[in-house]
Ligand binder design. Structure first.
Ligand SMILES: [Cu+2]
Length: 137
């Protein structure tokens, strides 16, 4: 009985290790951890492209990015930036209000008072905020 259980366990381990790749090729739900909560027949998540290929590429560019949370104090379209009152970034920056360059899409939807998270990095003498997410008011 125990040996059967052991055999089943090691079998499922082998399946768990090999199935994602196999099923990924077929585009089927393989039952691996990431597929667990999905209905059967849904393409395996192992087969999906990375959620943010751009972010991955960015992470390889050698620029250090730090997660930040803050509140938009003003939207400065004239500077392509946001004035953000951000929390302390331990070891990097105390809590303060400062300007961040953001992309046009972010600038367009940003509003004063919004709580945001993002990744800040230094570019020359400017600070840039990327992957801006609006998390509340
Ligand atoms: Cu700062």
């Amino acid at each position: 009985m125990n040996s059967i259980r052991l055999l089943r366990r090691s079998l499922s381990l082998v399946v768990a290790l090999t199935a994602p790749a196999l099923f990924a090729a077929e585009g089927k739900n393989c039952g691996c951890d990431c597929c667990k909560d999905r209905p059967k027949g849904v393409a395996c998540c192992c087969n999906e492209p990375a959620a943010t290929p751009a972010a991955t590429a960015k992470a390889d560019d050698g620029i250090k990015r730090y997660p930040l949370k803050g509140v938009i104090m003003s939207v400065r379209a004239d500077l392509s930036g946001l004035s953000v009152k951000h929390e302390e970034i331990p070891g990097v920056m105390r809590a303060m209000t400062m300007m961040f360059k953001v992309d046009a899409a972010t600038l367009k939807v940003a509003q004063k008072g919004q709580v945001i998270t993002g990744l800040m990095s230094r570019r020359g003498n400017e600070w840039v905020l990327e992957d801006v997410k609006f998390v509340g008011k």
